[in-house]
Design a protein. Sequence first.
Lengths: 95, 485
Amino acid sequence: MSLDKATVRSIAELARIEVAEDELDHLAGELSNILTFVEQLAQVDTEGVAPMTSVVAMSLPMREDAVTDGHQAEAVLANAPEAQDGFFTVPKVVE
Amino acid sequence: MAYLIAGETGDWEVVIGLEVHAQVISKAKLFSGAATDFGAEPNDQVSFVDAGFPGMLPVINRVCVEQAVKTGLGLQAAINPTSVFARKNYFYADLPQGYQISQYELPIIGNGVLLIDMNDGTTRPIGIERLHLEQDAGKSMHDQHPTKSFIDLNRSGVALMEIVSKPDLRSPEEAGAYLTKLRSILRYLGTCDGNMQEGSMRCDANVSVRPPGSTELRTRCEIKNVNSIRFVQQAIEYEARRHIEVYESGGTIAQETRLFDSGKGITRSMRSKEHAHDYRYFPDPDLLPLVLDPAMVERIRLTLPELPDEKKERFMRDYALNAYDAGVLVAEQSSASFFETVAKGRDAKAAANLVMGDFFAALNASGKTIDDPPVSAANLGKLLDLTADGTLSGRLAKDVFALMVETGKAPDVLVEERGLKQVTDTGAIEAAIDAVMAANPDKVAEVRSGKDKLLGWFVGQVMKQTQGKANPGVVNDLLAKKMQG
């Protein structure tokens, strides 16, 4: 599978990664190569095999419904670029 | 009667599907041990998992899984033995992970059904497409500062059930009935408190239109996060009319996300969500597949309460109530059990009339809830007994009820204290009639000359003389006799 420039531009935007216009061709080539490499898996006959979502044959371990965490607003906010009155603050995002 | 909207070129049918986000009742969050209580100090109920710190791993809360299974059973839905968590990727300031852990291809609950109750007493089945578990996002506040938004992550990571209906709804009224019924079932099950004002139940509506009789599904628009049933209905109607106008003027509808402006009663495009439908879901590598133990599902099945539909049927059967009355009484578990206490061993129809009439009116006026009612169920029952044994007339019963609301006293105590017993003693009533007739000879003559309508006036006067305590039936009988004689 090969990706065109427009698709790469859109993927970059969705991932919030700034990609210069003159890098798009190069990236399209690299990403296409990766996809082609992975697509080799499609050659394996998977008829009747359930899709695998994990490489370990285990199911999800569960926790009990108990409050064991929290009450650490200071620690949560410690690395925030900006905070005020116990809130994170960010440039205004409003509809 | 099908709901159709008349356009310039003809009638249109409305096709609606609803996505409801219901906050799961649990102590801790879906994947962390932070608390879920509403109204805490900002960022107080936040673990490093909820804040999306690097290296933190999610561990699922067993009770949240059980609540989803319980809800699935209540919706008569397929319980999927294996389900998978996926990452839904998007950027927003109140989503610190940069993705929401949700379920995509393999949700925990599959197809189910919900019966909606219409105002005319009929019901209609609405398909449930799926129910999946996911994390809630944090809360953004935009009105605290001129140039900044404030973010509180207390809600971040709280468990939600997203319950998706099939596009089976055909009118705003049906959409309202669906939400009312879903909320009622969730409350019966104790899996969500259904409080739309506090945001623990939120609704997105998918709306499209088509010519009546057509089976096509045209492009739909999604109206996000509408926070009351009435607003959902208004938003649907507005949006359907907008589609019709666009189609009739030769335009096309673009699939998009819209917001409902409740002040103006309109929907408008949400520009920031233009790319929002490209969520690039993939299975979350931090979480193994969720496998349900069949024994657990069976254990939960045994804990299901009698649900609204079953209760409604039983009320119609055991108390001979009509579908509408039974539907109103079972909407809330507490009002159903209140009614049953009043009706036990008594005339069920009279009990239903009293509870749904005077009692509900007094309840609304008092601003109290049925768990702390202005008049107890036991006292309402006694009031019915006093009416049934002839101690109180219907009119006196109304007066006593008003006094019960005012004083909180039992009806038998009030009757005793205030001497409100109905007078059926014919001697006393006869004396009162004689007095009224003697004082109004001209009116007596008019009645005797055929002016029957005046009889009502005489009854009123006699009731006044006896302070409303005379048995109206006895008054009528005696008065008629005396007028003839």
